[in-house]
Design a protein around this ligand. Structure first.
Ligand SMILES: [Zn+2]
Length: 150
């Protein structure tokens, strides 16, 4: 495809010829599909995610309830496309997509990468702990209220 003759519209996701913006050459080349039924929808959704959502990551879900991070989607794209085309139940058939900022805490079922960290885990695993500094300060120097020795 010659990029000087064709343009992908950011607003409607259609592909246009630069000399004819009145009618799209191909429709929905880049379009977000929350439900994915075809390889074309898969590709359009990945393109839309790459282009339109800065700072967030694509997350895809398979028909058996698996969650795939964007890295695995890209790495395993040919398997995913085959599974969608064949309506396979081998675990790679992606049926829906989301962005990570829309999701509850989850991780990738393929590579175990944390997609959305669980805020509760972060707290119990050692959130802010400023007590060491306090203990290390001179315990014999009374504070302003310094009547702890009676
Ligand atoms: Zn992954």
């Amino acid at each position: 495809m010659n990029p000087e003759r064709f343009s992908l519209s950011e607003s409607d996701g259609h592909l246009y010829r630069n000399d004819n913006w009145s009618a799209p050459l191909r429709k929905n080349v880049m379009k977000w599909h929350p439900q994915i039924r075809t390889v074309a929808e898969l590709k359009a959704t990945i393109r839309a995610a790459d282009r339109a959502f800065g700072g967030t990551d694509l997350v895809m879900f398979t028909d058996d309830g698996g969650t795939l991070c964007s890295e695995c989607v890209k790495k395993e794209l040919s398997r995913i496309m085959d599974a969608i085309r064949d309506k396979s139940s081998n675990g790679w058939r992606v049926t829906s997509a989301s962005m990570d900022n829309d999701l509850d805490p989850c991780s990738c079922d393929n590579c175990d990468a944390v997609i959305v960290p669980d805020p509760d885990d972060a707290e119990t695993d050692g959130g802010y702990d400023g007590s060491d500094d306090f203990i290390d300060s001179d315990p014999w120097r009374g504070g302003p209220e310094g009547d702890m020795y009676g």
